[in-house]
Design a protein around this ligand. Structure first.
Ligand code: ZN
Length: 173
């Protein structure tokens, strides 16, 4: 429990100046949502996996280093967060393609967080679509997320069912 609270505080501080794509929701709502999806839908109670979920965007989107995560949360959490970090030196298109290509290589822990991350993001696109996103952009995002998850190992049936139910309900609209 302490590790999870510590990760919540660490992530909230690191993301403190950032907002979600709707430009009003504090960013920290997203990693908290990902951890809640893992716990409530996926039934995950491993405190290192839940902490890694809270931290999953810190290296990619803030000044956090892998070494910092290791010192504060240990090498297992560091490893999971690193697996989930896109290389920002690459173009947007390259990063999107790499997520598809690397999906089968992810560890079970990283795969669990990857699918919960996509559930959180798709739920946002459906419920609070970013102001500048038109239908096409939303369709493309959902198709891409589906391609990533199709390539992941199947590790948690409730999470996978929830993901595909969301995608299918979006497509039926
Ligand atoms: Zn995320």
């Amino acid at each position: 429990m302490n590790l999870i609270l510590k990760a919540t505080k660490f992530s909230a501080l690191k993301h403190q100046s950032q907002k979600r794509k709707d430009r009003k929701t504090p960013y920290i709502i997203h990693p908290i949502s990902v951890a809640m999806i893992l716990a409530e839908i996926g039934g995950i109670d491993d405190k290192e996996i839940l902490s890694a979920a809270l931290l999953h965007d810190t290296i990619e989107d803030t000044d956090t280093t892998a070494g910092e995560i290791e010192i504060e949360f240990g090498s297992r959490v560091r490893g999971i967060v690193e697996e989930l970090t896109d290389n920002k030196l690459l173009s947007y298109a390259e990063r999107k393609q790499l997520q598809i290509d690397h999906a089968p290589k992810l560890s079970k822990e990283a795969t669990l967080i990857k699918i919960s991350d996509k559930i959180s993001n798709i739920t946002d696109v459906i419920n609070e679509r970013p102001p500048e996103w038109d239908n096409n952009r939303c369709d493309e995002y959902i198709d891409w997320a589906e391609a990533v998850i199709n390539n992941c190992h199947k590790v948690n049936t409730p999470l996978e069912n929830h993901f595909y139910n969301l995608v299918n309900s979006y497509k039926l609209k």
